[in-house]
Write a protein that binds this ligand. Structure first.
Ligand SMILES: [Zn+2]
Length: 138
């Protein structure tokens, strides 16, 4: 979470307001927006989509949809990249963290799920509003 502290400082510099007005959640959201817009991550133009995704995941946790918007490819392709990124992250000595998907209605967490994709619906309450899994490289 150290990166978030750095980003917090940067964001507060940008918007010029006191941190006391920000809850942790809105701060995380702001930090993510900041990361997604930051140019230095994508400075090297020769970077592949996979490298771009890798770099984003080293900064913070992202869902496949967020990554899809960030690197301008379809969500489906993100999952293909993530499978490779998971392996290469481990080979490079990083940890590929998966924050489990969660049912918005009842709070059920999809902890035992091996697949990286978003689950279709909740096995407990059968609702389809699922907070998607998020990924991060640490
Ligand atoms: Zn549920």
């Amino acid at each position: 979470m150290n990166t978030f502290i750095d980003f917090k400082i940067k964001i507060l510099d940008c918007v010029g307001v006191s941190s006391m007005y920000y809850s942790t959640i809105s701060l995380r959201r702001l930090a993510k927006t900041f990361i997604l817009k930051s140019i230095d991550i994508r400075q090297e133009t020769h970077m592949t989509k996979r490298q771009e995704i890798f770099n984003f995941l080293k900064q913070a946790d992202f869902s496949a949809r967020e990554l899809s918007k960030a690197v301008s490819i379809r969500e489906k392709e993100i999952y293909d990249h993530l499978q490779h990124i998971e392996k290469s992250a481990k080979n490079k000595g990083y940890k590929f963290k998966v924050f489990a998907a969660q049912c918005i209605s009842c709070g059920y967490t999809f902890k035992k799920r091996d697949r990286l994709t978003r689950p279709g619906r909740c096995p407990i309450c059968k609702k389809e509003q699922i907070d998607p899994p998020r990924f991060q490289i640490v």
